[in-house]
Design a protein around this ligand. Structure first.
Ligand SMILES: *[C@@H]1O[C@H](CO)[C@@H](O)[C@H](O)[C@H]1NC(C)=O
Ligand SMILES: *[C@@H]1O[C@H](CO)[C@@H](O)[C@H](O)[C@H]1NC(C)=O
Length: 492
């Protein structure tokens, strides 16, 4: 994960008063039918730093950012430890959700019966059992989305970036060499020496970026994440790092791909906390405070109608096994300007742009000709770094930028407000930039994801999508059969 924050950090610190980040109390209700969805305060006007990461297989520096070097060398990564002793739970859930909170219990079977009446009663009964974990995500001004982990005994709180574009968990960036020491300090550290349940595994964890890097070694400890407590999770503890100011939770494909040990997502499945390696993301609108992740479940109050399956392409079996990622074909790009019918900038048929869906990227990166035509519509001014600056007034207009999938069968309309990225009040840029010259490493980052409800499904190698709405909360379990996700019907 690469952070592209250099230009704006100084200003951020100046404006954010010693880097006190707005830490939202996102403890809104997850009970089904809560139409209000909770309330929260608005962000103060702090400056945002774009984070961009383009994880390419080739090394080298781009004109605009930093690239991944190579994935960690698999020979340096030790396999998982056998559990040494039975695990004794010492704390029950993540504080993001008090354990006393009543779960939507009866509602789940009711909801399912409404949408899956054709299923035999056995499947129905199984589907009614709750197997999911929920967490709010903290939105860092639209730059990145953060989840809280509690690691060790007693638990130590660490906040890390949620990243669908990488696949390992690591903590403890070196703050003094990060882009922002003060900001970095706020995310917390994990000290194995202070945990009774820490186990040292060793090995070499190393990821090299075009600029910046992280290296460290592996540990294993108990971890609470999204209300689920996992007895023994393997992750990396950085000994040294450059640039990044928080650890990273990679949610890409892992075992049996890329790494010889099970990831957090794999463990949730093997511990039977969730039924299959599936998680759902509703980042929600810019600054609205409803960002959340659900492991093993879908919040049907965040979209309308069915979830549309978009197949991962190139197929998982055809991708580099060291780095299997959530690539999908984007089949149209267009714009719906206020008071006008939608315009399409791509051929009506036969267009396909394989694109990585990546929460770890603040902006999106697509074909240069498409960026140019979108830029024109907003009278964008391009600086030497390739940023497309636009008037912030567009954020208040009712238009959308439209991304189509499955040959136009489904289009996600991203509101200008969610697509146009505000660096700080009065300074805005398009949420999309050209991919590097000559490169086809296209990325749909947070400027797209805010417009969609997404279900990352490693059971079926599909990213299920539909337009994001917010009409309440109500979670259903998925993954008990591969049909579950298909049968969930959005409530909005
Ligand atoms: C950080 O950057 C310096 C200079 O670019 C480099 O020499 C050093 O190895 C980097 N640190 C890590 C952990 O890679
Ligand atoms: C993606 O696009 C390519 C190139 O047009 C096409 O061959 C492939 O079938 C598409 N994949 C899916 C899943 O639609």
């Amino acid at each position: 994960m690469l952070l592209r924050i250099a230009i704006y950090v100084t200003f951020f610190l100046a404006v954010s008063h010693g880097a006190t980040l707005p830490y939202h109390d996102n403890a809104h209700s997850v009970e089904d039918g809560d139409k209000s969805g909770g309330k929260r305060t608005k962000d103060p006007g702090y400056v945002r730093m774009p984070v961009s990461r383009q994880k390419f297989k080739s090394k080298g520096k781009s004109k605009r950012g930093w690239h991944w070097g190579l994935p960690p060398d698999p020979d340096d990564i030790p396999p998982a430890l056998e559990p040494k002793r039975p695990f004794q739970p010492t704390h029950s859930t993540s504080p993001t959700r008090p354990p006393q909170t009543p779960w939507p219990s009866a509602t789940q079977s009711t909801l399912l019966s409404a949408t899956s009446t054709a299923q035999p009663p056995t499947v129905h009964r199984r589907a009614a059992e709750r197997r999911w974990g929920w967490s709010s995500l903290e939105e860092l001004g639209g730059i990145a989305y953060i989840i809280q982990l509690d690691i060790g005994t007693p638990p130590q709180k660490v906040r890390v970036f949620v990243d669908t574009g990488s696949y390992e968990l690591w903590v403890n960036p070196r703050c003094s060499t990060s882009a922002s020491d003060a900001l970095c300090q706020t995310f917390g550290n994990y000290f194995p020496s202070k945990s009774n349940s820490a186990l040292h595994i060793g090995g070499n964890f190393a990821v090299t970026y075009g600029t910046g890097a992280v290296r460290g070694s592996y540990w294993s400890d108990v971890m609470s994440i999204a209300m689920l407590q996992i007895p023994q999770v393997q992750f990396a503890v950085a000994a040294d790092s450059n640039y990044t100011f928080a650890g990273i939770l990679g949610l890409g494909y892992t075992y049996p791909y890329s790494i010889p040990y099970p990831s957090v997502l794999n463990l949730m499945v093997s511990q039977k906390m969730i039924s299959a390696p599936i998680f759902s993301l509703g980042l929600g609108g810019d600054g609205d405070g409803f960002s959340e992740i659900i492991f093993g479940g879908v919040n049907r109050w965040k979209f309308a109608g069915p979830l549309v399956p978009v197949s991962i392409w190139p197929p998982v079996r055809d991708q580099d096994p060291r780095w299997v990622q959530y690539w999908v074909n984007v089949t149209s790009v267009g714009l719906t300007t206020p008071n006008e019918a939608g315009k399409l900038y791509t051929p009506r048929e036969g267009f396909a742009m394989p694109t990585l869906i990546d929460t770890g990227s603040t902006l999106s990166y697509i074909r240069e000709d498409l960026v140019a035509v979108i830029g024109q519509q907003f009278n964008a001014e391009i600086d030497l770094q390739g940023n497309y600056f636009v008037d912030c007034k567009y954020r208040d207009m009712p238009g959308t930028v439209d991304f189509g999938f499955n040959n136009g069968a489904m289009v996600i309309n991203v509101r200008y407000k969610d697509f146009i990225y505000q660096l700080y009040p009065g300074r805005c840029m398009l949420g999309v930039q050209p991919a590097d010259y000559g490169s086809t490493n296209y990325v749909l980052g947070d400027t797209f994801i805010r417009g969609a409800y997404l279900v990352f499904d490693q059971q079926s190698d599909i990213v299920w999508m539909n337009q994001y709405y917010n009409c309440g909360d109500g979670v259903v379990t998925v993954g008990q059969t591969p049909r579950d996700t298909k049968n969930v019907f959005g409530a909005c």
